[in-house]
Design a binder for this molecule. Structure first.
Ligand code: FAD
Length: 382
């Protein structure tokens, strides 16, 4: 249900204050400690950020896509690690259950995910299955009323802190591709599930990823989302557009932050007896960035509005993900350039953001995979 405009404006205002007064000042600590401070996690819970996309009847805020992207524009201004912690609860972790879950699964899991009592992880990628996600091999063998999971998942965000995993596993070993895959809801303390050491990454410190190992991990058949095997991939596909639009809005949010920092620096820093913002070559970088940012914001708002209107936005969501993730990379690069040598120093946020935003072109479908989705949609519609 859409919020009235006054309530939405209040929510955006609250988020702006939270981001500027709490999240941005905490960024150096997150970078130094590689963790989000517990008091900030608690405040995120209190604000309802874990349940933005979860229907109100299940304890969430029940935001429409249009509303969610406005919040993500604001949240994206802070280090991406904060967003990462709530990403799966708002994405596949809850939406798979919202769309295809049984009434029991909805009643049991959604309020816990919405409140942030449980932090969730989505485990799809494997050592030998990345972009070709339908080729996963983690096996789920039926044994009476249970399934027994064996295999390894790789690069799983939130794995070291998650209490619930949505695990994509092959229930029908003889069925190749997407049709043999089921989505299981597995609690982190299930015997046979172990999490590896946190990965050492280029950026996004505070957002932890790790391998997840399944060794004879036994779960009841009722842990399959929707209760029917073989539909896991289809469930994940239904949630994909929402996730891609959310990430695109986060990219646009990061670009606003980078650009604000770059403009402030350009006005302050003097060379040749004048602020560097007076130089037309610096102005070109600012103007190109502002133009691309505006394009990205406009695309995301348009696609979100269409999705809320019931249109299929598979092509548009991929256009947004492709453009916005590449756009924020260019904006980050220019922001570092405008900062000169200071932009290469860890004391400035642009140095950190430059590393952090690189990931957006890789996960939730690489840029090349977005190009394939766009072109395939074009060909299919010709
Ligand atoms: C920090 C981080 C967090 C992540 N979090 C999660 C998570 O929470 N859950 C999860 O399941 N996964 C997660 N991933 C995994 C991520 O989704 C994959 O890394 C991504 O999908 C790419 O897969 P890959 O790394 O195996 O690369 P590959 O698929 O091996 O791709 C390598 C290169 O080949 C290109 N390529 C592949 N296929 C084609 C093609 N058909 N045409 C043209 N080019 C192609 C790719 O674009 C890329 O440039 C995360 C990854 C990272 C780095």
């Amino acid at each position: 249900m859409a919020l009235d405009s006054e309530t939405l404006a209040q929510l955006i205002g609250t988020m702006q204050r939270f981001v500027e007064e709490r999240l941005i000042p905490a960024e150096p600590r997150v970078e130094a400690e590689n963790a989000i401070p517990p008091e900030i996690v608690e405040e995120m819970r209190h604000l309802g950020l874990f349940g933005m996309s979860i229907p109100q009847e299940h304890g969430g805020l029940g935001l429409t896509m249009t509303e969610e992207v406005e919040i993500a524009f604001v949240l994206g201004r802070a280090a991406p690690a904060f967003r990462s912690l709530i990403g799966t609860n708002n994405g596949i972790g809850s939406q798979g259950i919202v769309i295809d879950g049984t009434p029991e699964q909805k009643a049991h899991w959604l309020p816990r995910l919405a409140s942030g009592e449980m932090i969730s992880s989505f485990a799809l990628t494997e050592p030998d299955a990345g972009s070709d996600a339908a080729s996963i091999s983690l096996s789920a063998r039926r044994d009476g009323d249970d399934y027994v999971l064996n295999g390894t998942k790789r690069f799983i965000t939130n794995a070291p802190v998650a209490s619930l995993f949505t695990v994509m596993a092959r229930t029908e070993p003889d069925v190749k591709g997407a049709k043999g895959i089921s989505a299981f809801l597995v609690e982190a303390d299930t015997p046979g599930l172990t999490v590896g050491k946190p990965d050492r990454k280029m950026g996004q410190r505070g957002a932890l990823t790790a391998d997840v190992f399944f060794e004879d991990c036994r779960v009841p058949a009722s842990a399959i989302i929707g209760g029917v095997p073989g539909r896991g991939f289809a469930t994940a596909m239904k949630v994909l557009d929402r996730g891609r639009l959310h990430i695109s809005a986060i990219c646009a949010g990061a670009a606003t932050r980078l650009l604000d920092d770059a403009l402030a620096f350009a006005l302050e820093r003097k060379q040749f007896d004048q602020p560097i913002a007076e130089f037309q070559l610096i102005q070109a970088m600012l103007a190109d960035s502002r133009t691309e940012l505006y394009a990205g914001q406009s695309m995301v708002r348009d696609a979100a509005r269409r999705r809320d209107g019931g249109e299929s936005v598979s092509l548009e969501a991929s256009c947004c993900k492709l453009f916005c993730s590449e756009m924020v990379g260019r904006v980050a690069d220019r922001a570092v350039q405008i900062h000169g040598g200071a932009g290469y120093m860890a004391d400035y946020a642009v140095e950190r953001f430059y590393r952090d935003v690189r990931l957006f072109r890789i996960y939730e479908g690489t840029s090349q995979i977005q190009q394939l989705v766009i072109a395939r949609n074009m060909i299919a519609g010709a």
